[in-house]
Design a protein around this ligand. Structure first.
Ligand SMILES: NC(=O)CC[C@H](N)C(=O)O
Length: 305
């Protein structure tokens, strides 16, 4: 398997020349566009790696399904879905448009920024610090890595430049979808996006979702079966934003991307996959990362459909 992964990385390295490293969050520009790495953790807890699998990067939107899981564990589902929908938007991840044009004005789903800001606002805790700590702990347990923390340079960079998210959040408050201090909610959102991980962490989260929320090593239940199914379904329908349909057809695996260049994929009952390649297409998805997943899906027959 390690040889196969090396081969897939080598064959797809050429695609790191295409697209752009994200720059709208200035700090993300520092990523090395030629990096390409992968980690797979299978259902026997065997770990396979190739390329730049231990390069650290920020999780960005891959945090969204995980924070959704927390929001669903912290609140009753009816109240969560009264504030955020279950439908793909077909719009870019940072689109604000449907917050005006949707009948209900409700964000379409929790995988786009507007919906994710809602789920972040639903995390329980008596103070911002407590919410941040709970969130970090949840990520650490899911990835089985206590050293996971926040990249404060990226966090500051995003907080300083995140006015589109700020605009969205104020609109969401105006329309009753979030309550409380908007700047505090955004602070937590920017922090969750700035959590630093590598491909191994993503693969571990992916296998734990693939095993319906039971940790592959400790056998401890971290997420309920129902929530883990729901998370993977959102990943299929909305995980790659307005490229989710094409990804489902070409790759056929529940997956979530982030503008840091990561993609987390979860093949039910089989494996978790973490991929990193920071050069992105126009929709904000890793070009080489998607190619790697497409190849692997074919070679290992991972398509779930
Ligand atoms: N697609 C993404 O990864 C977007 C996350 C990023 N932190 C943002 O809010 O814009």
């Amino acid at each position: 398997m390690n040889n196969l992964l090396k081969q897939v990385i080598d064959e797809n390295k050429k695609y790191t020349n295409y697209g752009q490293v994200a720059s709208y969050i200035p700090e993300l520009k520092n990523a090395k566009r030629s990096d390409l790495g992968i980690c797979i953790i299978d259902n026997n807890n065997k770990i396979y790696t190739a390329g730049n699998y231990n390069t650290k990067f920020t999780i960005q939107s891959i945090s969204k399904p995980i924070v959704l899981a927390m929001a669903l564990m912290d609140n009753d589902w009816t109240s969560v879905f009264s504030k955020v929908g279950m439908e793909p938007s077909g719009d870019p991840f940072n689109s604000i448009m449907k917050l005006e044009t949707n009948d209900t004005k409700k964000p379409s789903n929790p995988m786009i920024n507007a919906g994710a800001i809602v789920t972040t606002s639903l995390i329980k805790g008596n103070s911002l610090e407590e919410k941040e700590e709970r969130m970090l702990q949840f990520f650490r347990r899911l990835a089985n890595n206590d050293s996971i923390g926040i990249n404060y340079e990226v966090y500051k960079s995003e907080k300083l430049t995140g006015d589109r998210n700020r605009a969205m959040a104020y609109l969401l408050k105006n329309d009753g979808f979030i309550n409380g201090d908007v700047e505090e909610i955004l602070d937590l959102y920017f922090k969750q996006c700035s959590i630093e991980i590598d491909c191994v962490d993503l693969a571990r989260i992916g296998i734990n979702l693939a095993m319906y929320g039971v940790d592959i090593e400790s056998k401890e239940r971290l997420i309920s079966e129902k929530v883990s199914r729901m998370i993977k379904t959102f990943m299929v329908t909305c995980g790659m934003y307005d490229a989710s349909g094409e990804f489902a057809i070409r790759v056929g695996i529940p997956a979530k991307s982030g503008v840091g260049g990561g993609v987390m994929a979860s093949v039910p009952e089989k494996m978790g996959i973490g991929v990193y390649g920071p050069a992105l297409d126009k929709k904000g998805n890793s070009i080489a990362g998607i190619k790697v997943l497409e190849d692997l899906s074919e070679k290992l027959e991972l398509n779930i459909f």
